[in-house]
Design a protein around this ligand. Structure first.
Ligand SMILES: C[S@@+](CC[C@H](N)C(=O)[O-])C[C@H]1O[C@@H](n2cnc3c(N)ncnc32)[C@H](O)[C@@H]1O
Length: 243
């Protein structure tokens, strides 16, 4: 059966929009049969993440959303989603993908370090995917997320385990100055998996599962009692010691 001219034109227009953006990171099926040419195998990570299939009634915060693959997937599973990135939505594929998908995902251009529950609320599920190594202060980031998360955190990150097997059982993070990690000057740290786990526990999370995918680790954590919070607020200058 031939497509109507309207459908053909819409398909051609979608193709034009996708082709007009040269730096796709995610592979998103924006209209049936048209997948954005991302450099990242987003579906592989999605499978390894094992997110709940049904997110109806849940709120999801996707920090470092980039083109929005995981935000749109969470929306497709029923969640109310806030996508955050320090880049403007039009600087990535997010605006194009959201428009073509007819997505209702809200977008906030902000740095993770400036996110506050008073401004954006709290979320049942927080996604921190492909973000940790970009952050100069990991503990500050986890402290920020701990205040925003009502229940579960899904984290995906590059880890140093395979590059430095002699360190792989220790809670250490390698500093990657300049272009040292993937020739990307926005990368700062390569932690081992035990380091990621220890930082999460330090910041009031309980680790529920850990999986490896190549040189990446995928961690599911849940909020737990935040025993060391006082010391972190002192360390980060949120208050002075009481004595
Ligand atoms: C490697 S991409 C990961 C995209 C997606 N989360 C994924 O896992 O496929 C990292 C994203 O985090 C964003 N980002 C980096 N540092 C950030 C920060 N301090 N605050 C907010 N977003 C940040 C970048 O702009 C980029 O879009």
């Amino acid at each position: 059966m031939n497509s109507s001219p309207d459908v053909t034109n819409a398909g051609a227009r979608a193709r034009e929009l996708v082709d007009a953006y040269p730096n796709w990171y995610h592979r998103i099926e924006v209209v049936p049969g048209l997948v954005t040419p991302g450099i990242n195998d987003s579906s592989r990570s999605l499978e390894a993440l094992n997110l709940p299939g049904d997110l109806r009634g849940a709120t999801v915060l996707d920090i470092g959303t980039r083109d929005g693959f995981f935000a749109f997937e969470s929306e497709r599973r029923g969640a109310d989603v806030l996508a955050v990135d320090y880049l403007p939505a039009a600087a990535t594929g997010f605006s194009i993908a959201a428009g073509l998908l007819g997505s209702q995902v809200r977008y906030l251009q902000e740095n993770i370090y400036n996110l506050r529950p008073e401004a954006i609320g709290t979320f049942d599920v927080v996604l921190m995917l492909g973000l940790l190594y970009h952050l100069p202060d990991s503990i500050r980031a986890f402290s920020t997320i701990r205040k925003l998360c009502r229940s579960e955190l899904y984290l995906e990150t590059h880890v140093a385990d395979d590059d430095y097997p002699e360190l792989a059982s220790l809670p250490v993070a390698l500093f990657c100055p300049g272009m040292a990690l993937n020739a990307d000057p926005t990368n700062y740290w390569a932690p081992t998996t035990p380091c990621v786990e220890a930082m999460l526990v330090e910041c009031g999370f309980a680790v529920e599962s850990v999986a490896r995918l190549g040189n990446r680790s995928i961690v599911k954590a849940r909020i737990a009692s935040d025993e060391h919070r006082y010391y972190r607020t002192i360390a980060h200058g949120e208050q002075l010691p009481l004595r």
